[in-house]
Design a binder for this molecule. Sequence first.
Ligand SMILES: NC(=O)C1=CN([C@@H]2O[C@H](COP(=O)(O)OP(=O)(O)OC[C@H]3O[C@@H](n4cnc5c(N)ncnc54)[C@H](OP(=O)(O)O)[C@@H]3O)[C@@H](O)[C@H]2O)C=CC1
Ligand SMILES: O=C1OC[C@@H](O)[C@H](O)[C@H]1O
Length: 368
Amino acid sequence: MAAELYTLRWGIIATGRISQVFTLDLQSDPKTRDVHDVAHQIVAVGSRSVESAQKFIDQHAPSTQATAYGSYAGVYSDPNVDAIYIGTPHTMHYENARDALNAGKHVLCEKATTSNAPELRALLALAKEKRLFFMEAMWTRFQPLVKEIKRVAEEGSLGVPVVLHADLSGDFDIENIPKTHRILDPKLGGGALLDLGPYPMVWAVLGLYEHPVNKNARPTSISGSILKTPLTGVDSSTSFTLNFTEHLHAQAILSCSITLPSPSPAVTIRYRNGNILVQPPIYKPTTFTVQYFDKPGSGKVVREETRTFSYSGGGWYYEADEVAQCIRDGKLESETWGHDKSILLMEVFDEVRKQGGYALPEGVEKVH
Ligand SMILES: NC(=O)C1=CN([C@@H]2O[C@H](COP(=O)(O)OP(=O)(O)OC[C@H]3O[C@@H](n4cnc5c(N)ncnc54)[C@H](OP(=O)(O)O)[C@@H]3O)[C@@H](O)[C@H]2O)C=CC1
Ligand SMILES: O=C1OC[C@@H](O)[C@H](O)[C@H]1O
């Protein structure tokens, strides 16, 4: 018997770049990715101006008959909306998600989920109290290639992980963009760590934290180093290391920069029996290679398999399908990217910012 179709009705908050591509992906037919049990409908778009919301609908969702609102609050109070997608800059996520939850809506919130871990903890407590679903929009974790890497990493041939390197960097042309751009403005949580850091972290979570031998044990130590740009004082390059020593003896060496592209491979997970190499971009990789050694620890590669994945659209629809399936099933969090992982990310970022001396301007962090 065919599964009954559940349609999730979305309200989109903000009309910037990520909201545009996410909205396009929501409109792609789930059957094209072999999803037959959930569908998506865009019913409302909220912007700081109604003209911008209407322009967004005309350009990116013309066949949806979505309602345009000149405020985010309009979307929160629309009775036709089930779930809110939050695509504002990082430092607004806390207030936006709080208001959406207080209005009784489920939430999918862009990364970095909040400005700091206390804000996220407050949101998660609120979501729990209201019995509403909340998920960080960690789209990478839901992509088929990433799920396949997890299968390879855990099927046993490679043994336990020892060292994981992951980098996400990009040349944001920081000398020439306005200092008010979200990547440079400290009031918007600018810099590499909060914008790009979630991606090296998703690989550390997948390769080490989630590894069955690790039993979801958190890192036992975190050390970070921050290089700030004199332009605005945000971090232009950041590196951080996590040790997982409770059940593994493994280390994640992570980095991000807004001044140059990533190296290739940009993720390397090193095991006693081989390596997994992932080509950039690590937020949406299409190619990975698995290398197997002749004997444990030798480093002599005797077998190598490279696999390439492709799919149409942007790849954000996988996380949207997860949200729809979870809400349909009455879940309050995703089993794949649960609250523990979002908290871990924010706690790591708080610690790295503390060690690196990157404090957000007074008043930006709403909960301490
Ligand atoms: N998952 C992914 O692949 C990606 C995620 N992101 C995340 O999405 C978020 C937004 O990024 P992105 O779309 O690139 O950003 P943009 O600057 O393109 O858009 C942000 C939008 O937020 C709204 N906004 C509200 N207040 C402000 C403010 N004070 N300054 C600027 N914008 C404001 C605006 O919409 P309006 O005027 O309609 O209110 C604006 O268009 C970030 O947290 C980022 O980390 C970004 C890129 C990719
Ligand atoms: O989420 C993201 O992924 C790609 C990056 O270029 C972007 O800045 C970031 O927000």
